[in-house]
Design a protein around this ligand. Structure first.
Ligand code: DHB
Ligand code: FE
Length: 279
């Protein structure tokens, strides 16, 4: 059976793509952010995943407001990046892990998650930048399964539902007949709001409480409905739902391997955690 080696949860601000392409890692603005990553590289070197299941939210590249699935799973042979209008360089294509993708789809539907299955899918910055941060060579050593959660157009799935989705994905991965080593990603957040009267809103106290909760009380954020999450984390801060799903996939108990938190990157409070499941 497959093994989940752990989860990496991180922000996915487009400006990171520009910083990578301009080699700004040592620049004073960027250094506190990029300094968070070498421990992740060392951890990846030690656990050597062959597959990444990536919880992320598309921002209008693959799904637009006319058709917006609540939950979508990629089952494509490969995933390409495309121009989203930010002017950031595109990255090499990702190979899909189709056997796991169909196994996840079967298990999720059996668990009564009515997912949209995508046999063609382009992936945006929310998918590509965390991968580029994890694997700076961009010679991707993992095959991927994208799991997309709508945080763009209301109504959004509840935190409770996203936690349950993550649990279901975790059970399915552990039941997959393969000796693969699987890393789970959750990309988005933490607190930020890009538009409206509260544009620029950041809530450090909430972010730190949320990060802590993932280790000691992982269902803590499921007490909040979507409006409460927007109030506490900002309109785009609801992307923290990806972190919740990724954490839930690890099972009941997890420990922190590494964490970093830095304000701001662009308009966003950038958070990073590596968590490993504990038996
Ligand atoms: C920013 C943050 C995001 O999560 C995103 O998807 C786009 C932009 C930002 O802070 O600039
Ligand atoms: Fe985003």
């Amino acid at each position: 059976m497959a093994t989940i080696v752990g989860a990496v949860t991180t922000s996915h601000v487009p400006a990171i793509g520009r910083a990578i392409s301009k080699n700004l890692q040592a620049d004073p603005y960027w250094k506190p952010f990029f300094d968070g990553w070498p421990p992740v590289h060392r951890w990846l070197d030690s656990v050597k995943p062959d597959v990444a299941v990536v919880f992320y939210n598309d921002h209008g590249l693959n799904f637009f407001l006319d058709k917006m699935p609540t939950f979508a799973v990629g089952a494509a042979p490969e995933y390409r990046n495309a121009d989203e209008g930010w002017g950031i360089p595109q990255v090499p294509a990702f190979q899909g892990e189709q056997d796991l993708a169909w196994h996840l789809i079967d298990s999720l539907v059996k668990d009564e998650f009515d997912v949209t299955t995508c046999q063609e899918m382009v992936v945006d910055h929310a998918f590509t930048l965390p991968m580029a941060l994890m694997y700076p060579s961009q010679a991707w050593p993992v095959k991927v399964v994208p799991v997309c959660i709508n945080t763009v157009q209301f109504p959004l799935p509840s935190a409770k539902r996203c936690y349950a989705l993550g649990e279901s994905v975790g059970r399915a991965v552990r039941a997959w007949k393969s000796d693969a080593r699987v890393v789970v990603l959750g990309t988005g957040g933490l607190s930020h709001q890009l538009d409206g009267e509260r544009a620029g809103f950041i809530n450090k106290d909430f972010d730190l409480a949320f990060m802590e909760s993932l280790l000691h009380d992982p269902r803590w954020a499921t007490q909040f409905d979507s409006a409460q999450l927007v109030e506490k984390a900002g309109t785009q801060g609801v992307e923290l739902l990806m972190w919740l799903a990724a954490r839930a996939a690890l099972g009941e108990r997890a420990t922190a391997v590494h964490q970093n938190y830095h304000i701001p990157i662009s308009n966003t409070a950038s958070g990073l955690m590596v968590m490993a499941p504990t038996a």
